[in-house]
Write a protein that binds this ligand. Structure first.
Ligand SMILES: Nc1ncnc2c1ncn2[C@@H]1O[C@H](COP(=O)(O)OP(=O)(O)O)[C@@H](O)[C@H]1O
Ligand SMILES: [Mg+2]
Length: 293
């Protein structure tokens, strides 16, 4: 990506911040600017331009149908970005592109300002620090909560090292911390198959957190949850932001209202509107294609 593009992206973001009450955003997003001005270490993502994720003019067609159409979007470090939009808007496909599952026909996808995600495979992208939660929970039902989290540490290791894998103290500390974060500290020995739907979703988020991802992509995380589970998930996400950057796709407007700062509305594979939830809810185009129905 050229420095020009980055500068433009950063400028767009500056403008947005002013419009969105910069003071409020800065406090709520905690670590949003935490990495500014630091020297980048090996294995870290360079966010000195203020973006952890940067998409520019991304398009992909399936059998001639443009599922993603000149999509441009960027996210700040520590930000919790909500994505809404009608079914078929391209939300899941966008996540497929970011995670390397689908290759776009054209466009730019950067992680920080130096990592070109289009040059990396799906497993490499996970290694780089992008975790993804699919719509359905995919925990190992026969294993306990503890074993599921333990296993999440091993996934990037070879079979041999997995067999001889032992939790060291740093890993045990991390596991305890994650258990607490996902509200499952009292359920360590429970079999995952016996958890409620919401608890399974939290466990899967916990498995992602074991890898300490820099960016988390969450596709419809509260679908099928009870109201109470949804409320606890909102709390969970609010504790994660700042430490991680999050991109959350959801249809549940109450949930979005609780967690959102900037909301991006996708439609027909590109950004239709972006702003606070109030702003996009008042947008005639958004009402027409999504909210009004
Ligand atoms: N692998 C694929 N092959 C063909 N069409 C696809 C594929 N993935 C997505 N699509 C189509 O792309 C459009 C966007 O889908 P999707 O990203 O799942 O939307 P959303 O998640 O916003 O509901 C839909 O019309 C869908 O049918
Ligand atoms: Mg989808």
């Amino acid at each position: 990506m050229t420095p020009d593009l980055l500068e433009q992206g950063a400028k767009r973001y500056e403008a947005r911040l002013t419009a969105l009450d910069a003071a409020r955003l800065n406090t709520e997003a905690g670590g949003q600017t935490a990495s500014y001005g630091r020297v980048v270490q090996a294995g870290e993502v360079d966010v000195t331009h203020g973006r952890i994720l940067y998409l520019e003019d991304v398009s992909v067609s399936f059998d001639g149908f443009k599922a993603i159409n000149k999509l441009s979007l960027d996210i700040a470090p520590g930000e919790l970005r909500c994505i809404i939009g009608p079914n078929g808007a391209g939300k899941t496909t966008m996540m497929d592109i970011i995670t390397g599952k689908t290759r776009p026909d054209e466009g730019t996808v950067f992680f920080g300002s130096t990592i070109d995600l289009l040059r990396h495979s799906e497993p490499e992208i996970a290694q780089l620090g992008i975790g993804r939660k699919f719509q359905k929970p995919t925990v190992f039902e026969q294993l306990t909560v503890f074993e599921n989290l333990e296993l999440a540490l091993k996934t990037d290791k070879g079979v041999k090292s997995s067999m001889f894998f032992r939790l060291d103290s740093a890993h045990s500390d991390r596991l305890a911390e994650v258990l607490h974060t996902i509200h499952l500290a009292d359920s360590v020995t429970r079999q995952a198959g016996n958890l409620s739907h919401g608890q399974k979703q939290w466990l899967e988020i916990g498995m992602l957190l074991m890898q300490d991802p820099k960016l988390l992509l969450l596709d419809e995380p509260v679908a099928g949850m009870t109201d109470e589970e949804t409320a606890r998930t909102a709390e969970l996400f609010l504790t994660l932001k700042g430490k991680h950057s999050l991109m959350v796709v959801e249809h549940d407007m109450g949930f979005i209202k609780t967690i959102s700062e900037i909301v991006t509305v996708l439609c027909d594979g590109s950004v239709l509107a972006q702003g606070t939830l109030e702003e996009v809810q008042a947008d005639e185009r958004v009402i027409e294609v999504y909210l009004g129905r």
